[in-house]
Design a protein. Structure first.
Lengths: 376, 362
């Protein structure tokens, strides 16, 4: 925290950070009030990436909307598919075959791994260390190969279906995934050695933008960003959906290793540790996956009963929630998403005051903001 | 001490029977001309090395397509031609005169340093007795150029970059000067050739056999030198993820490439300074006690010395690039803390220690 005291005449400066700026992760615009280099206020200006996905959904059938959920958060498409399909299945009361549930969990956790790789790498890149990001991208590429092998896509998967998944796992998927998991574990250790203990890296992150538990609750911060504040809460464990209750994994919680609990370094470390937990989950799921169908019987003309449903799931960036209202036709009456990055943006003005412009890059990176999910 | 230009003047006088004044003037013009023609090769090769080394560190291949030569060696030439073709944009409300002159000031400040760098036994272009002092002062022009660029662009990002660099470069000149003074005190001269000659014996690692504090001043010099060239972890004036591109955000085309040229030339200069001050200049280790090397004729010896000098400098350049692609970047206040709370006290202790050592053991 930097304090300036001066009797000299100074003037506030308004600075536009974005919408095209190297470290705003897409098209985020932050309007900064600056005293020299010290931030006095941050006003996030969102909406540059608004595509009206929720409105588009009202004109499409339930099945047709699945590819659009990929585009809401392109770094965690599987998790988005999963959330949307679970919500529709809950609405229509469809029982998903067990094998499909396991496949969904495997895919969601693989997607979480690569999402965190990008998140941590991009944070390091924002702080000037370019190399860890590219080390991570090498591993991400292998995971993309796995996804491509399974569903033919590398980024926006469109793999899950209402009632199951589009096709069974291909031959040799298990062995390749095990190999990938072992490699990613070694490589993740290596990347950690490179940056996590780097003194400059720690100095840049520790005690920067400390988020208190009260603020986290009042601003509805969720997921890794909430756990970094020391709150032990993970939907996968505390309100298990799908088959998450059958796996044994730890929930990393911010410990304040090198600074206050809830600072940027904690948010970073939570993601680092979550990758190891996701590796564990995929291991277990691969060992226990049963044989059987991957698709439930769903009629071609799918019409869920009238009613409404609210579903939330633990996405890499926090709890993503979806609300669907059905009027009994083949198209949803209303779809609404609640995105974790949106809430994270709202808290910036509160926690960035008194820090420097350079810290903003660290804050944006540590909250792992993804703009398409904010604007939708 | 002998200098290349005096050697040239001598040659003109003796062989071509020239008027001494004319010979002196001509030799200086010729020397400067040759230098100015050859120096741009350094940034060109530097940028190529940077791209190749960083690609290697990041498990990539790097440029390998440009031109007809293998390994993308022509990439630097291609980059140069590309920047010449670009439009020379000047922002609407910029201070046109300052905006245009800032890159030249940077380039002049750095290129002038080459006048006193002793590349080989033939001596530097000018055997200035205050060679080290001259480099320290003339290279500060770069800070002026950067601040002007930041101010004249009339953009808030460049202004922040310019102001940052002013603070940084002025602060980090103090540890550099203190480290340099430590060496100069032990060697007893500020002349670059004299400093080299003082290390003719031994390992040539910072007079380690004569004064341990000189060796200890090398890390201080090196860290401060990184900051002086705006290299990561101290590249906050250009900090691409914070300030877009810092002070040269608004520049394009040839003016932009002048800043890049100045940066790589500055890297070369500080590395050459380190070689002269701490790594025995153009001498091989233990050259003073190697009989075979003394038997070599003057021309061959000069060539060997030239190669040794360049080899040492490029090794240090590699180290700089390695550091850049490994470490994250400091924040401005942490950078100042490091300078004023760590480097300057250490440099000062080194200075005092070296003086005491000389007084007690020398």
């Amino acid at each position: 925290m930097v304090t300036t005291r001066s009797t000299l005449h100074t003037q506030e400066m308004i600075l536009n950070m974005g919408p095209h700026h190297p470290s705003t992760h897409g098209v985020l615009r932050l309007i900064l009030r600056l005293d020299g280099e010290v931030v006095e206020g941050v006003i996030p200006d969102v909406g540059y990436l608004h595509r009206g996905i929720e409105k588009i959904g009202e004109g499409l059938t339930y099945r047709q909307f699945i590819p659009y959920t990929d585009r809401i958060e392109y770094l965690a498409s599987m998790n988005m598919n999963h959330l949307y399909c679970m919500a529709v299945e809950k609405l229509a009361g469809i029982e998903v075959p067990e094998r499909a549930e396991y496949i969904r969990v495997i895919m969601a956790e693989l997607n979480r791994i690569i999402s965190h790789i990008i998140g941590c790498g991009a944070l390091a890149m924002d702080l000037g260390a370019f190399t860890p990001f590219l080390y991570g991208v090498v591993e991400r590429e292998k995971c993309n190969d796995l996804m491509e092998m399974t569903c033919g896509q590398r980024l926006t998967y469109n793999y899950l279906r209402i009632g199951g998944v589009s096709q069974d796992l291909p031959q040799g998927f298990e062995e390749k995934t095990e190999k990938f998991l072992n490699e990613i574990k070694d490589r993740w250790d290596e990347i950690n050695k490179l940056i996590s203990a780097n003194e400059i890296f720690i100095q840049r992150l520790a005690n920067v933008a400390v988020l208190s538990v009260e603020d986290a609750f009042s601003y509805n911060i969720t997921g890794p960003n909430l756990r970094a504040c020391g709150v032990d809460w993970d939907l996968r464990r505390d309100e298990p959906y799908s088959v998450y209750d059958r796996f044994d994994f730890q929930v990393p919680v911010g410990r304040g290793e090198r600074g206050a609990v809830g600072d940027c370094y904690n948010r970073y470390m939570i993601r680092v540790r979550e990758v190891y937990e996701s590796i564990k989950i995929v291991h277990q799921a691969l060992n226990r996956i049963p044989v059987g169908d991957v698709m439930a019987k769903v009629s071609k003309l799918f019409k869920p009963p009238a009613g409404e449903v609210f579903m939330r799931a633990e996405n890499p960036r926090g709890e993503m929630a979806v609300f669907i209202e059905s009027d009994g036709s083949d198209k949803p009456y209303r779809i609404k998403f609640k995105a974790p990055s949106f809430n994270a943006l709202a808290v910036f003005n509160k926690i960035c005051r008194g820090h420097m412009v350079s810290d903003l890059a660290a804050v944006i990176g540590s909250f792992d903001i993804v703009m398409p999910e904010v604007d939708r | 001490m002998q200098s290349s230009s005096s050697w040239l003047a001598d040659y003109f006088e003796r062989v071509w029977f020239m008027n001494p004044t004319l010979a002196a003037v001509l030799s200086v013009i010729l020397g400067v001309g040759i230098c100015m023609a050859l120096i741009p090769i350094i940034p060109g090769f530097g940028s190529y090395l940077e791209r190749k080394v960083c690609a290697d560190l990041q498990q990539r291949i790097g440029p390998n397509r440009a031109g007809f030569l293998p390994f993308g060696i022509m990439q630097a030439v291609a980059d140069g031609i590309k920047t010449i073709q670009k439009e020379d944009l000047i922002p609407e409300h910029a201070d046109r005169f300052l905006f245009k002159s800032a890159p030249y000031i940077c380039v002049i400040g750095v290129f002038s340093c080459f006048a006193v760098i002793p590349f080989s036994g033939a001596g530097p272009l000018s055997a200035l007795n205050l060679g080290v002092y001259y480099i320290l002062s003339i290279s500060s022009l770069m800070a002026v150029g950067i601040v002007l660029a930041g101010w004249a662009s009339n953009s808030k990002w460049t202004l922040l970059g310019g102001i940052r660099s002013a603070g940084q470069m002025i602060s980090y000149e103090i540890p550099i000067a203190l480290s340099v003074v430590t060496v100069a005190m032990v060697a007893g001269t500020l002349n670059m050739s004299g400093l080299t000659a003082a290390q003719r014996l031994g390992w040539n690692i910072g007079f380690w056999n004569s004064n341990i504090f000189v060796t200890l001043s090398f890390p201080v010099y090196w860290i401060a030198a990184l900051a002086e060239c705006n290299r990561t972890p101290f590249d906050i004036p250009e900090a691409e993820s914070e300030l877009v591109a810092g002070y040269f955000t608004e520049y394009s085309g040839l003016r932009f490439s002048f800043f890049a040229m100045a940066e790589y030339a500055e890297m070369f200069v500080v590395s050459a300074m380190a070689v002269v001050l701490y790594f025995g200049g153009f001498y091989l280790p233990f050259e003073g006690i190697m009989p075979w090397i003394m038997d070599l004729s003057g021309g061959r010896l000069t060539l060997i010395h030239f190669a040794v000098f360049l080899g040492k400098v490029w090794a240090l350049m590699y180290l700089m690039i390695w550091i850049r692609w490994t470490l994250p970047r400091y924040r401005i206040d942490q950078l100042m803390d490091l300078c004023w709370k760590a480097l300057i006290p250490i440099a000062f202790v080194n200075f005092m220690g070296a003086a005491c050592w000389m007084a007690l053991l020398g």
